[in-house]
Ligand binder design. Sequence first.
Ligand SMILES: Nc1ncnc2c1ncn2[C@@H]1O[C@H](COP(=O)(O)OP(=O)(O)OP(=O)(O)O)[C@@H](O)[C@H]1O
Ligand SMILES: [Mg+2]
Length: 259
Amino acid sequence: MEDGSIVVEGLTKVFNGFVAVDHISFSIKDGELFGLLGPNGAGKSTTMRMLTTLLRPTEGDAYVGGHSVKKEPDKVRLLIGLVSDKLIVYDRLTARENLRFFGNLYGLGGKRLDERIDELLEEVNLSRFADKPVGTFSTGMKQRLNLVRALLHNPKVLFLDEPTLGLDPQTVRFIKDLIIQLHESDITIVLTTHEMALAEELSERLAIIDHGKILAIGEPKKLEEENGVKNLEELFLKLTGRQLRDSLGKQSASARVVR
Ligand SMILES: Nc1ncnc2c1ncn2[C@@H]1O[C@H](COP(=O)(O)OP(=O)(O)OP(=O)(O)O)[C@@H](O)[C@H]1O
Ligand SMILES: [Mg+2]
């Protein structure tokens, strides 16, 4: 079995002089379910994008299954799946066409790929919609398809960046159960979410980051005890404060279009 451990060493990202992730170091064990929490703009997605080779670190490095994200990004990519806060599926293609396309990118094809697609669509209750254009899907259906896309190549490590954002309680419950099931099958899972109850329930260990730095790391219950608080929400607010996080750090995609 491949190793799904993650080791992060002094990982740093600077955008035009702005330090989004500031020399963070931590590790995640093979098969662990790890939560990455923090206020808006804390640096969670930036960290995930470096760990998934989408963004090159300014300084430091990280190792996924022993492979450097800087020096061996191709090896890392084969080991990981990513569900980001943005949907990565094509509306004009059917669910099956989307999955064949992404399967091909991983070098999968033929009967084995089709069988894998059928099996996974069944698992997320989308079999009856396999040949419908994804543009007609609800947000919850698209996100379930997105999960299938990320799982096609049997990744050893799954990165979930706000996988339940904007979804109804039924889909949230479904995705939560799927995460538990994947965890039981020994996949390493890194989860970011603003849902404190979800993070508290799922994470074996978690890190709270703010302004690109780790404020606390460990088992949720232990961290709460150490800080004399009764739940994760209180711990989060105690460590990160109650100040609202407004900033103009980055231009949104829509702002760029209308400019
Ligand atoms: N490509 C970029 N160029 C410039 N600044 C960026 C870029 N990407 C992120 N940032 C900035 O880096 C900081 C961290 O952003 P990041 O997306 O990692 O936060 P986050 O913890 O995922 O927040 P959220 O909870 O809102 O998703 C923010 O201040 C953001 O504006
Ligand atoms: Mg984010």
